[in-house]
Design a protein around this ligand. Structure first.
Ligand code: GLU
Length: 307
């Protein structure tokens, strides 16, 4: 058994959890429990416009209903990203002191035009905007205009690899393959890459298990955590569930757990997930605890799963 294993669930309460979220959560639970670790429930309610308390409560209820427990976390406010702004601010100021962030006055439309289309599993590549190259004087002039800038992280020309526990080696040149990314929006809200890295660092997370659409973010998160003086966790990404329309998504209104709960039992749903991902050969009811006995990542599929 590895010492001090810490895993986490990190849902975003921007909609009801769907089956893809449940599969990632089940695998995070199995991974952590199989290693005798501590599991944290962190609420990623960063974006005030998209997060709703009823989705947060439903996410916790859904995981409990499924039979997944955790040791610490939400609703303790210390585990809600919306309450952790001071910690993100502190990390941001440290990055600023290292000259790793710069203000960006581009509009959202300009930023999107500068980035290639996002595909599941790929980073939105931002080749850098004119704001990255402003002189000190130009910058001061823009600050004087009164329009508040967003802040971007300046990615270095640096090769960073993550040896993913399920997908193997992911190597990126951060400047070329990941690109600069927003860490603080113009409205002051901190962005995903910064918040998740700061949280994984400060919460002592040693194993990150989540959907493989975030695999391409792992090298920059590793770099960010190490730049802030921490040790990066091990990453282990899980296959995505897809339907005709692509990856299941809360935004697309994919079948929610709340709806599934009306027609199925938790054991039947766990059994279905275990069958779909390759942990069981038949689609039969099972509990998460029963799956623990012979849990092995080697049996989990790597290709995405059509449902
Ligand atoms: N909050 C993210 C989501 O629900 C997951 C972030 C992560 O696991 O790093 O998609």
């Amino acid at each position: 058994m590895e010492p001090n294993v810490v895993g986490r669930f990190a849902p975003s309460p921007s909609g009801y959890l769907h089956m893809g979220n449940l599969l990632a959560s089940l695998l995070a639970w199995l991974d952590c429990r199989a290693l005798g670790g501590t599991l944290i429930f962190r609420m990623e309610d960063l974006d005030p416009a998209r997060s709703r308390p009823e989705y947060a409560a439903a996410a916790a209820e859904d995981l409990r209903w499924l039979g997944l427990d955790w040791d610490e976390g939400w609703p303790d406010p210390a585990y809600a990203q919306s309450r952790r702004g001071a910690l993100y601010e502190e990390a941001f100021e440290r990055l600023r002191a290292m000259n790793l962030v710069y203000p960006c006055w581009c509009t959202r439309a300009e930023r999107l035009a500068a980035a290639s289309a996002p595909h599941p599993g790929e980073a939105v590549h931002d080749p850098g905007c004119p704001c990255a190259r402003l002189t000190r004087r130009e910058r001061e002039e823009r600050f004087r205009s009164g329009r508040r800038p967003a802040w971007k992280l300046r990615m270095p020309e640096l090769a960073v690899s993550v040896d993913d526990g399920h997908y193997g080696l992911v190597s990126q040149n951060l400047a070329r393959d990941a690109g600069d990314c927003i860490v603080r929006r113009a409205d002051g809200v901190y962005a995903y890459q910064l918040a998740v890295s700061v949280d994984d660092l400060l919460m002592g997370v040693t194993r990150v298990v989540r959907g493989r659409d975030l695999l391409a973010s792992a090298p920059r998160q590793r770099w960010l955590i190490e730049t802030l003086g921490g040790a990066a966790p091990a990453y282990c990404h899980s296959p995505l569930l897809t339907s005709g329309a692509g990856k299941l998504s809360k935004r697309l209104g994919s079948l929610s757990t709340q709806a599934l709960r009306q027609t199925t039992s938790p054991e039947a749903l766990v059994g279905r997930l275990a069958f779909l991902c390759g942990l069981r050969e038949t689609d039969a009811p099972v509990t998460p605890r029963e799956l623990l006995a012979d849990f092995d990542w080697a049996r989990v599929k790597t290709e995405d799963i059509e449902i």
